[in-house]
Design a binder for this molecule. Structure first.
Ligand code: 9MR
Length: 353
């Protein structure tokens, strides 16, 4: 097998098509082999966890500050990755500002109370906190690392048809419980205020190809678009090798693209619990078909701007924990060799579609 460090550059092959990205961890930016691999193959990075609210919010310092609205931050985990990106001229997708998950409950509570059953803060307080959070993060990033972030995941995963709320909002989200659906436009409005020139604002979600979800998302994006609040749709693309429905993915991409939105594939992996040659060849075929679809869309004039994998090698995929079984879903092995899926994606870049 070919080592990833000598294989042709993936992002180089796609230079004229779209950015190729990966979700990375802080540990990777300390490891010389990962640094070299990322530099060679990726023109975009996302922090897998390091820029989420639970990583940036500092409760102790917030309490000390004594401000009921403006929280205190510790930016060091994010700074490490932003510095790595800046040094290596890699663009950053910032993930993520408003999300129900990985945002500590105390952020939603009256007086920043940490008790699991503490009363939630009043809607006007939460609106002000949402704006203060977004302002605090965006001002820090844009003043300390100008030109580094090109896309912001402003709102992540607000729609969940299974929770049955009106408009299919995720009703269990504490953002929804405190502010109702208005938290979505409010977050985008705040981000618009603090974005730097050239940055795009994204809504990001998974299973966007499921018809009920696609419909609800399209309705939401249409409203946001009408108010000029959103620039792009982030389609996560956590897929499975034996349940690929590329036509459904394509239909969703077209629906969002037809609203005039830039399209990012933000979190791509294709779960495959088998590492043998035959299954990995099928995985490669899944990637080939998916990338052919994206390239076709680009040819037609859709603005597919960036495709990011959720992880770098099979050794660091979240799927192993999530699926509670082995998963070999990405383009590089844990030993940092290229896989058949890598060759398939690389070849897709060369094909005239
Ligand atoms: O990959 C992330 C994993 O390490 C975390 O434990 C998990 C916790 O919420 O979040 C994972 O990333 C998610 C991303 O932020 C949003 N879309 C779904 C991703 C996979 O769960």
């Amino acid at each position: 097998m070919n080592n990833a460090l000598t294989a042709p550059s993936l992002c180089g092959a796609f230079r004229n098509r779209f950015k190729i990205g990966a979700a990375i961890t802080g540990r990777m930016t300390d490891d010389p082999d990962y640094r070299a691999l990322i530099r060679r193959h990726f023109s975009s990075i996302t922090a897998e966890n390091g820029m989420k609210p639970e990583k940036l919010l500092d409760r102790e310092a917030t309490l000390q500050k004594g401000d009921p609205i403006r929280p205190a931050f510790h930016f060091s985990p994010a700074d490490q990755m932003l510095s790595f990106a800046r040094e290596n001229e890699i663009a950053v997708r910032f993930h993520t500002l408003a999300w129900h998950n990985q945002t500590p409950r105390w952020f939603f509570a009256k007086n920043w109370d940490n008790a699991p059953d503490a009363p939630l803060a009043a809607p006007e307080v939460m609106l002000a906190r949402l704006e203060a959070y977004i302002q605090g993060v965006m001002e820090h990033v844009n003043s300390q690392y100008p030109g580094t972030v090109y896309a912001w995941d402003v709102v992540n995963e607000a729609i969940e048809p299974d929770q049955g709320g009106p408009g299919c909002y995720r009703t269990k989200s504490l953002w929804y419980q405190t502010l109702g659906e208005s938290f979505v436009p409010a977050a985008f409005r705040a981000a618009r205020k603090h974005q730097a020139p050239g940055q795009k604002l994204f809504y990001n979600d998974y299973s966007t190809f499921v018809p009920a979800k696609k419909e609800a998302l399209t309705a939401l994006l249409q409203k946001l678009r009408a108010d000029n609040l959103v620039d792009g749709m982030g389609m996560q693309a956590h897929l499975q090798w034996d349940k690929m429905d590329i036509a459904a993915c394509e239909q969703a991409a077209r629906a969002f693209g037809n609203l005039g939105l830039t399209l990012h594939i933000t979190e791509m992996d294709i779960h495959c619990p088998f590492r043998d040659e035959a299954h990995q060849a099928q995985l490669a075929q899944c990637y080939r078909d998916y990338f052919d679809m994206l390239l076709r869309l680009n040819r037609e004039g859709y603005d597919v701007e960036s495709v990011s994998f959720w992880g770098v090698t099979d050794a660091d995929t979240w799927l192993t924990y999530f699926r509670k079984e082995g998963s070999w879903p990405l383009l590089f092995t844990g030993d940092k060799d290229v896989k058949p899926a890598f060759d398939a994606v690389l070849e897709a870049a060369k094909r005239r579609i």
